[in-house]
Every structure is written in structure tokens, then in C-alpha cells.
Design a protein around this ligand. Structure first.
Ligand SMILES: NC(=O)c1ccc[n+]([C@@H]2O[C@H](COP(=O)([O-])OP(=O)(O)OC[C@H]3O[C@@H](n4cnc5c(N)ncnc54)[C@H](O)[C@@H]3O)[C@@H](O)[C@H]2O)c1
Length: 378
């Protein structure tokens, strides 16, 4: 019997437009899906580039105005892979037009924006999801299963870092294509909403809600030329942020992110220490989960380096043969597959409501960066 179709309208053809297009292309080839994804339309303002993108990925049509995309009656799902300032208006218009919606992170530039988005999806009652893709790297999914099984026992510590170095040059401009992450109006914040949002989403998934935070933020380069105005303008985003957090389960955490860690391009690491054991993970070695089990006895006890590539590891039975790896792109494939197979009632996280919780934490972090106080994060 022919499968039901899921007709996708993608907004944005940049970095994430590519990962999502790849995900919807690969997911039905590797996973048994209840719907067949169809790349129906891609939307971006530059018609020529959008047409090139459509032809490369197999989209059947192109739109240059997202409002026209959202109104089309041959589209079921709007997927937002555009900069952060676009998320709110597109998502709300999409659900008001009866579409399902997937949105890139952070959901809103502020928690106030994302609370309106949550209200809109809940009122419309449509499936919704935010692309916090790291949850679906098999080693991270396995960490979640181990924690839920109680292998770590009571959790005492959570530690996460996300380090980059691409904005160190003082003559790097801000704003416009490729550099919108430095423009507060577009991005909402700097490393806090861009990078720490990932760390916070993973942390709350693995270790529960965060009650309060205290942060320090820093803008190292205070003025940059704006590519759209040609003028030197103040830089209003946080270049670096470090914060302490108290989780609802009583554990303590440290989080750090910067775009000024020379030599680091995209180093996301995390560590969790519990009563019975510890886990460590590193994006540069993403298929490995390091595990210390205090129950191991004798002189050979120590950290185990688990290569999460066996057929009984999360998602891995759908890929090659045991021992062979997958990578970053496949976390998006897993997310697309889980979203599609959650459509008929099962649901799939993180929803808009989950991602709004992350925005509440990032808002509290940024506020604490200004006040120097502990701030409530939920
Ligand atoms: N999940 C992740 O790991 C991850 C990684 C990178 C980026 N992101 C998020 O994805 C989103 C996009 O980031 P990116 O790196 O792909 O950015 P990008 O700059 O590479 O691409 C942005 C795209 O949006 C399009 N766009 C901008 N304004 C538009 C408009 N008015 N109408 C239609 N299209 C428009 C641009 O043409 C471009 O195609 C951001 O929210 C970002 O935070 C998430």
C-alpha cells in the first residue's frame, strides 16, 4: 500500500537547510517510516540560488516569500532553517495556516517570543519539534538510557562546554549573510543562544530541569563594521559565557561557551558524575561514550570507552554493520525519522514547549550576566 505523503516546505538553504534536506532524503532509505517525506518547496529570497538548491536536493518548486509558502495547500510541514529572527513569525503563520512545524534552535530570540510560539502550536494542536539534534547522536541517546536505568544513581555534577574560535579577528564584520550570529537583532544573543542552548537542551534531557543560574558574559570586541549599514556599530552579543547552575535534582553544574578559544572549531563536551558512575562525551569523537562504573571490581577497573556502533546501540541497527561509524549529519536523519514516526499520536521531543524551557534558561543566564546575581531559570 502506498504510504501517506508528508509534503515539506523548507525555509532557508544555508547550513541547516542542507542538513534538513539531507535528513528527509536519507531517513526513508534507512528507517521504516510511516509517511513518505516529499521535498515539495524550498523558500529563500534569492530566487536563482534557491533554484540551484532545489535542483541539487530534488525540491519540486521554489518560493521567494515565506508567506506564500505557508499559504500553499500542497504543503503539510513547514521546516524553519532560517536565522533566529525569522522563527517566531514563520512558525506562528505556519500553524495558523494549519501546518505542522519544525523549527531550528533557539526556538525564540527570547523566552517571551517562544512562549507565543508554544501558545500558537498548542492552540492549533499541530505536531511540532525543534532541531536540538545532539539528543540523537547514538552515544548521547545511550547516555540517556543509562541514566534512566539508574546506572549512574544519584547525579552530583554536570559539566558542559562548547568552544569555537571563529570571531577572534577584530576586523571581522557583523551582520548580514554568514555573519548574522554577531547581530543581536537577528540572533537574539551570542554564544548563549547559539551554542549553550544546545548544551542546556542536552543537559535538561539527561538530568532534568534547571532551577537557577549565575553567569558571567563578555563581549571582547566591542565594535565591528556592520555589513548591511557599512558603519562601525556596537557589538551587543555575548562573545563568551560561563555559568553555574543548580538542577532540580540537587546536582550542580558548570557550563562554558566561547568563540574565542583559539584552535577549537566546534568542541562540544559533556561529563556527568553520579553516585555509581560517570559518563563523558566529546563531539570530536562522537561515537564514543566514556563510562566509569564504580561496580567494576579489582585492579582492572577503570574508564571504558564504548564505541557506540553495535546493532543494539540506539539507531545503529539501521545503519551499516557493527563497528562502522556514522556522523553529525545522521543525528538530523534520526530526528526526521522520529518526528515522522511520531506523527500518528506518539509525538516526538523536543517539542516547542521543551525548547521554550531552554529559552527560559538562556534568558536567565543573560540576565545574570548583567545583574551578577543568581536568577530563577524556570
Ligand atoms: N541544530 C544545529 O546544530 C544548528 C546548527 C547551525 C545553525 N542552527 C540554526 O539554524 C538556523 C539557520 O542557521 P544556518 O547556520 O543554517 O544559517 P545560514 O546563514 O547558513 O542560512 C540561513 C538561511 O536562511 C535564509 N533566509 C534568511 N532570511 C530569509 C527570509 N526572509 N526568507 C527566507 N529565507 C531566509 C538565508 O537565505 C539562508 O538560506 C538558525 O536558527 C541557527 O541557530 C542550528
Amino acid at each position: 500500500m502506498a504510504k501517506k505523503k508528508l509534503r515539506i516546505g523548507m525555509v532557508g538553504y544555508g547550513f541547516m537547510g542542507r542538513t534538513h534536506s539531507n535528513a528527509f532524503t536519507q531517513a526513508p532509505k534507512f528507517f521504516n517510516l510511516e509517511y513518505e517525506p516529499q521535498l515539495t518547496a524550498v523558500c529563500a529570497r534569492n530566487q536563482v540560488r534557491a533554484e540551484e538548491f532545489a535542483s541539487n536536493w530534488g525540491y519540486s518548486s521554489v518560493e521567494s516569500d515565506w508567506r506564500a509558502l505557508v499559504e500553499r495547500d500542497d504543503i503539510d510541514l513547514i521546516d524553519i532553517a532560517a536565522p533566529n529572527n525569522m522563527h517566531h513569525d514563520i512558525a506562528i503563520a505556519a500553524v495558523q495556516a494549519g501546518k505542522m512545524v519544525m523549527c531550528e534552535k533557539p526556538l525564540g530570540r527570547t523566552a517571551a517570543e517562544s512562549s507565543e510560539m508554544v501558545a500558537a502550536v498548542e492552540k492549533a494542536g499541530v505536531p511540532n519539534m525543534v532541531w536540538y539534534n545532539y539528543r540523537r547522536i547514538p552515544a548521547i541517546s545511550m547516555a540517556k538510557a543509562m541514566i534512566d536505568e539508574g546506572k549512574l544513581g544519584r547525579i552530583y555534577h554536570y559539566r558542559a562546554k562548547f568552544l569555537q574560535d571563529w570571531t577572534i579577528a577584530t576586523d571581522l564584520p557583523q551582520g548580514g549573510e554568514g555573519l548574522w550570529r554577531l547581530d543581536k537583532d537577528v540572533a537574539g544573543s551570542g554564544v548563549t543562544g547559539d551554542l549553550l542552548a544546545h548544551c542546556i537542551d542536552t543537559a535538561m534531557w539527561l538530568n532534568g530541569g534547571i532551577d537557577s543560574v549565575t553567569a558571567m558574559t563578555k563581549t571582547f570586541v566591542k565594535e565591528r563594521e556592520h555589513t548591511l549599514t557599512g558603519k562601525v556599530e556596537p557589538v551587543e552579543i555575548d562573545d563568551a559565557c560561563a555559568f553555574l547552575a543548580r538542577f532540580g535534582n540537587g546536582s550542580l553544574a558548570t557550563f562554558e561557551s566561547t568563540r574565542y578559544a583559539r584552535g577549537h572549531k566546534a568542541l562540544y563536551t559533556l561529563e556527568i558524575n553520579g553516585e555509581h558512575g560517570s559518563l563523558e562525551w566529546d563531539l570530536h569523537d562522537l561515537q564514543r561514550l566514556e563510562y566509569f562504573d564504580h561496580g567494576d571490581q579489582g585492579t582492572t577497573r577503570g574508564w571504558r570507552s564504548i564505541h557506540v556502533t553495535d546493532g543494539d546501540h540506539p539507531y545503529m541497527g539501521n545503519w551499516w554493520v557493527p563497528g562502522l561509524g556514522i556522523g553529525y549529519a545522521e543525528s538530523f536523519v534520526h530526528q526526521a525519522a522520529d518526528f515522522i514516526n511520531g506523527l500518528d499520536g506518539k509525538g516526538a521531543a523536543p517539542t516547542f514547549a521543551d525548547a521554550h524551557q531552554t529559552d527560559l534558561v538562556t534568558d536567565a543566564v543573560l540576565k545574570s550576566g548583567e545583574t551578577g546575581l543568581w536568577e530563577a531559570a524556570n
